[in-house]
Write a protein that binds this ligand. Structure first.
Ligand code: AMP
Length: 220
């Protein structure tokens, strides 16, 4: 059975990590617009150059850019059995665009999940986040200490360029102004919105998400 989910929530709430758990659980890809943009920046493509300044400032990149990326990903063979959308949609026009895209393909969403955590915790999680440029592992200074090597592949862990303190505050403000209105948008939609507590250990949040979907008769 194909499953089509959106995982929403503020920066640092754990969308990427939990989105990956969900994707594995259902055997579908996690489609992260943030990851797609970072890949384009790293590869130095024309699209990457077009969005670099927005990304570095913690601003949203133009709607048509992410809508194009998502349409391509949804039409890819990997996503034919479903997907977990992570970090998209982030604006009302993006949500409208997604709705049109799905309708045109005769498919719908099974659930829209909203992960929640207090702002102090988000700032702590983001400012301590470290990523491996080689294997993509995401961890936290609490787990590995400062200036550590990646525990998976021993390459050097780095801080995402948009995880610096000055950018983090802007990303949270952008979330509040542009993305938070989508919670009401989906709450009013046919699919509805399911809020899930994002505090606690990775495993606790994962189990809460699985349980929520099981209750909704999706996780079997
Ligand atoms: P993320 O990894 O999801 O936190 O995204 C990191 C950055 O990529 C954001 O701060 C934006 O600059 C850009 N980005 C990711 N997804 C979107 C989106 N759906 N709409 C606009 N910008 C996005």
């Amino acid at each position: 059975m194909g499953v089509r989910l959106i995982i929403m929530g503020p920066p640092g709430v754990g969308k990427g990590t939990q989105g990956e758990f969900l994707a594995e659980r259902f055997g579908v890809p996690r489609l992260s617009t943030g990851d797609m943009i970072r890949a384009a920046l790293k590869a130095g493509t024309a699209l990457g150059e077009r969005v670099r300044d927005y990304y570095e400032a913690g601003e949203l990149v133009p709607d048509e850019v992410v809508l194009g990326l998502v349409a391509e990903a949804i039409d890819g063979s990997e996503a034919s059995g479903g997907f977990v959308l992570d970090g998209f949609p982030r604006t009302v026009p993006q949500a409208d665009g997604l709705g049109e895209l799905l309708t045109a393909r005769g498919i719908g969403l099974d659930a829209v999940l909203s992960l929640e955590a207090p702002e102090e915790e988000l700032v702590d999680r983001i400012s301590g986040r470290r990523v491996c440029g080689a294997c993509g592992l995401v961890t936290h200074v609490r787990a590995v200490g400062e200036a550590a090597a990646c525990p998976a592949c021993v390459a050097t862990l780095v801080q995402r360029s948009d995880d610096r303190a000055e950018t983090v505050r802007n990303r949270l403000a952008v979330y509040g102004a542009q993305t938070e209105p989508l919670l009401a948008y989906y709450a009013r939609s046919e699919t509805g919105l399911t809020a899930v507590d994002g505090t606690g250990t990775l495993e606790a949040v994962r189990d809460r998400l699985f349980e929520t979907l099981r209750t909704a008769e999706m996780a079997g």
